[in-house]
Structure formats: C-alpha cells, structure tokens
Design a binder for this molecule. Structure first.
Ligand code: PGA
Length: 263
C-alpha cells in the first residue's frame, strides 16, 4: 500500500543526547502501528544523533532521515556529509533544499539539483522542499505557480533520464511564509495546499519529467491541531513537521492521531 509520509524535521534540536532519547521515547510510547497504518513515519534528527537514533529505532516502525547531504561521495570537503556516509549509517531518507538552507546557507537550485542526483544515485530517498516566499505569494496564484514550476525544473534537472522509482522521491511543498510561524500567519486554509499539491503533481506529469503519482507533502507550522486537516485529503500525501516534532506532548499527540485513523 502507498502510505502517507509523515516527516519529523528536528532541525537544530535538541541540544543533547539525553534530550534526543527523551524525544524519541515519545514516539515509542504510542508505538506507531505500522502494519495496519496508512502512515510511514520518518525522523530527521541533526547529523550528530543519526547513529544514536539508528540504534534505538525499529526500522520497520520508524524510518531514519537526514536533513541535508553533500553531492560528492568522497574528497576534501570539510564539514560536509556524503550520501554514502548516510547510507552506511542506516539512513533511508534525506531532506534536500529546505528553505532555511536556501535562505541562510546560500543553497542555490544548482547545488540542490546536484544533491538530489547524488542522493538518488546512492539509493537514498529524497524529500525535495520547494515553496515560494511571501513577496511571490502576494503577486497572486499565477506568480506562485510559475515560481514553483521553475523550481521543480531546476532542482530536478537531469533526472528524467533516470529509471526513477517513484517511492524514491517526494516533494514537500512548504510556502516559506508559513514555516515556523505563529498561528496567525500560517496557512489556515488547507484548500491552498490541496491546489498546490494538484498543481505540482500535474506539472511533474505533463512536463518533460513524465512522473506520475509523485508524493506531495505539505509543510508549514503543521501541528497536532491541524495535521489531519491536511493529510486527510487524498491530494496531500503527507506532512513535514518541524517545530511540533520537537515538543514531547505534540509528538505523542501526532502519533496517536496517526494510529487512530481508519485503516
Ligand atoms: P515548521 O517547519 O513545522 O516549524 O513550520 C517545517 C519544516 O521543517 O519545514
């Protein structure tokens, strides 16, 4: 069965191994019912906790993801982590192109494209983040669609010739203005997310990519109060959860919600 993907992006948290263990314990308290469940859960901790978490999770229940990767597998690249290092640690998924990396670390579409290709080549499953900023959103729907389809073209350049397994790539639509915001500014209306998800799927189908049934997740201040509002729709294939995924109570609630969904 094609499961919906729920991705916990811990970003630069928590601050210690002890806290990381506590956070993971919350997921375990509720024990994601994977066999009967419609959802797969991916936890993306900072690099420093990857091997710790790898040793603590049951990989049939929870998948391990990284928040970034470099595009070369070997060489003198101080501070970088290669796709192969991740694979060897037992990492299955990798987030690429998160808006915070684009914004604060100067990641360009060209760099992101190289990362996507290298990660796929190494056998990692890629979660590619795309999304417009508030200035583009203010220009209206056409401007947003143009931006998103340009981003897809640049970030996925060159992969149409690959024998891409559809489960190896998911797109996370994350409007930048909705990420890590207070309730007031976040995307209140899942209809927007549904429409963008349809647009992204269509773009990937009819463009030169010819990708069918691509998973499109939504991200942007999703928490236990509204996760269902997004993922209950057939057009949205999951959620990328940031700050709520590092709050113990939220984690418990979200896993409970996932477990309580009709099979
Ligand atoms: P947020 O983060 O849930 O804090 O908005 C989403 C993300 O990590 O992109």
């Amino acid at each position: 069965m094609n499961k919906k993907l729920i991705v916990f992006n811990w970003k630069m948290s928590p601050q210690s191994i002890a806290e990381a263990k506590q956070l993971l314990a919350q997921v375990k308290v509720e024990r994601l019912k994977v066999k009967e469940n419609k959802f797969a859960l991916v936890i993306c901790p900072p690099f420093t906790y990857l091997s710790l978490i790898a040793g603590l999770i049951n990989k049939t229940r929870v998948k391990l993801g990284a928040q970034n990767v470099f595009w070369e597998n070997q060489g003198a690249y101080t501070g970088e982590i290669s796709p192969q290092i991740l694979k060897n640690l037992g990492v299955e998924y990798v987030i690429i192109g998160h808006s915070e990396r684009r914004q604060y670390l100067g990641e360009t579409d060209e760099m992101i494209n190289k990362k996507v290709l290298a990660a796929l080549k190494a056998g990692l499953k890629v979660i590619l983040c795309i999304g417009e900023n508030s200035a583009i959103r203010k220009k209206g729907k056409k401007a947003v669609e143009k931006f998103i389809s340009d981003q897809l073209k640049k970030d996925l350049k060159g992969i149409k010739n690959w024998k891409l397994k559809i489960e190896n790539l998911a797109i996370a639509y994350e409007p930048i203005w909705a990420i890590s915001t207070t309730k007031k500014h976040k995307l209140e209306n899942p209809q927007d997310a549904i429409e963008m998800s349809i647009f992204i799927k269509k773009t990937l189908q009819v463009s030169s990519f010819k990708f069918h049934d691509m998973k499109v997740l939504y991200g942007g201040s999703v928490d236990s109060k509204d996760i269902l509002d997004f993922i209950k729709h057939k057009e949205i294939d999951g959620a990328l959860v940031g700050h709520a995924s590092i709050k113990k109570e939220e984690v418990k609630k979200i896993v409970k919600i996932l477990n309580n969904q009709p099979r």
